[in-house]
Design a protein around this ligand. Structure first.
Ligand code: PLP
Length: 474
């Protein structure tokens, strides 16, 4: 299985060759040349598999250059009950992603039981082990440069801390993450972890990362790698839990299931799209946004109009405060019939700060690809958190609340709806206190994390400044 770029002008590469990189040289994102397909018989065989065996069944069809026994060992080392142990009372952490039934045909899929209490651990922990494996083989090193609105950064740092051959330079919007998120990242004292607080919003930080990655000479000289959500290794790891969730709520493969996904950079729901393309019987993929509703606007109108940082709101579901959804290009590539020239044309205008109009494709978006969408706001989020506690006795975080709010509006009576739980409530304490008047339960090992000493550097949103910082610290 070789990987090609959505913009059609980069050579096809193997899995390990794209693992450490970010964007393809032509500015596109990597996708497999074609998606593997799982037949009904395959799905039946996968139905009763453990998380690790399921992950191997899927990844082994997409990883072309790591021996099967090594890949299996990497997966087995990653998805353990110890690493994904922050389960709710009564849940089995051996399940890795246990399901919570709220009522008939309505479920939460718990994806946030890893070390940083957000779904990004699902992919990032695997990536950490894959990086270490690939680098050890070639004797190389990498400098990971990333941008985070909160959860990517901590997940990356906890996955990469202490890993040989890896340094992490993580940009975040200065003073715009929750106190807990900030503490999680900035309290890491590891020598290979560098936290940079950018005076701006997430998109400013992401633009800096993109600019450095587009400087091909610098990127090559300083071996710049990426773990932000455009990294293919992350997407592929996220495909697995759609299968796990599907099997958990169905008896056989004739039942279709819908998923609602709290979305920002479109990475998580893109993995759902890929699972669907691989033959998983998904009915609807529901994209749920917060007040930053660029994606909701697209799925309602066919117009994709990314916004600048001045029009990106700081909300109480901060990990979705994104107005330029990097992974969206992967879906659009499939939507326009895998036409790299068309994608170049569309992003030609987006990259200049413009928009594009795919109104004529909208019936396909719904009928062929199953996408629909909705959005949520602060008042909806607070109300959903309160109602979920009252009705089901379950406390959810603000991002999951955005998902559940939209799911309740768009579900149909006959189709099981699975809402992806993307973070645990402990991560967003202030908002939870506002909603419920009480502090959400926190895993004991994380008590007092805000009081630990913090290590970080404040920087203007300036590409030369981050380059100089990397040069000075490698
Ligand atoms: C990252 C994140 C999201 C958004 O996921 P994308 O893959 O960027 O769409 C939603 N919720 C939480 C808690 C997150 O950390």
């Amino acid at each position: 299985m070789k990987y090609i770029s959505t913009r059609g002008q980069s050579p096809a590469l193997s899995f390990s060759e794209i693992l450490l990189g970010g964007l393809a040289p032509d500015g596109g994102l990597y996708l497999p040349k074609q998606y593997p397909h799982f037949s009904d018989a395959d799905l039946t065989a996968m139905r009763s598999m453990s998380y690790c065996n399921l992950a191997f069944a899927i990844l082994s069809r997409l990883v072309d250059d790591i021996p099967a026994s090594d890949l299996k060992a990497i997966i087995d080392k990653t998805y353990t009950a110890e690493v994904y142990g922050f389960t709710r009372a009564g849940q089995n952490s051996e399940d890795i992603t246990p399901t919570v039934k709220l009522e008939d045909n309505l479920y939460l899929l718990s994806l946030s039981n890893g070390p940083t209490l957000a779904f990004k651990d699902m992919a990032m922990q695997l990536l950490g082990n894959l990086f270490e494996y690939v680098l050890a083989k070639t004797g190389e090193t990498t400098n990971i440069l990333g941008a985070t609105s909160g959860d990517t950064g901590s997940a990356a740092e906890y996955a990469m801390r202490g890993k040989k051959g890896v340094r992490v330079f993580m940009l975040s919007p200065h003073q715009k993450m929750s106190r807990f998120q900030t503490a999680q990242m900035f309290s890491l004292q590891d020598d290979n972890i560098f936290n940079i607080a950018v005076t701006g919003v997430f998109d400013d930080a992401q633009d800096m990362v993109k600019a450095v990655s587009n400087d091909h000479a610098f990127k090559a000289k300083y071996k710049i790698g990426a773990v932000n959500s455009i990294n293919w290794g992350r997407i592929v790891a996220q495909v697995v839990y759609y299968f796990k969730g599907y099997f958990a709520v169905t008896q056989n493969n004739s039942q279709k299931v819908s998923f609602t996904v709290p979305s920002g950079n479109f990475g998580n729901v893109c993995a759902g799209h890929i699972a669907r393309m691989m033959g998983l019987p998904i009915d609807k993929l529901v994209v749920a946004t917060n007040e930053n509703d660029v994606l909701d606007e697209f799925f309602k109108t066919g117009v994709y109009k990314p916004r600048g940082s001045a029009n990106t709101y700081h909300t109480s579901s901060p990990s979705m405060d994104i107005s330029k959804a990097s992974n969206f290009e992967r879906f659009v590539y499939d939507l326009v019939g895998k036409d790299g020239a068309k994608v170049r044309e569309l992003w030609g205008s987006v990259d200049q700060g413009g928009a594009f109009d795919l109104t004529s494709y909208m019936s396909k978006v719904k009928a062929e690809f199953g996408f629909i969408s909705g959005s949520s706001n602060h008042a909806n989020r607070m109300q959903t958190i309160r109602q979920t506690k009252k009705k089901y006795g379950v406390v959810i975080d603000t991002h999951t609340a955005d998902g559940l709010k939209v799911a309740l509006e768009l579900r149909d009576a006959k189709t099981p709806m699975v809402v992806l739980e993307t973070a645990l409530p402990a991560k967003f304490e202030d908002a939870l206190v506002e909603a419920l008047g009480e502090v959400p339960p926190r895993p004991a090992s994380l008590n007092g994390i805000e009081a630990l000493p913090q290590k970080f550097t404040v920087m203007d949103a300036n590409v030369e400044a981050i380059k100089a910082f990397i040069v000075a610290n490698t």
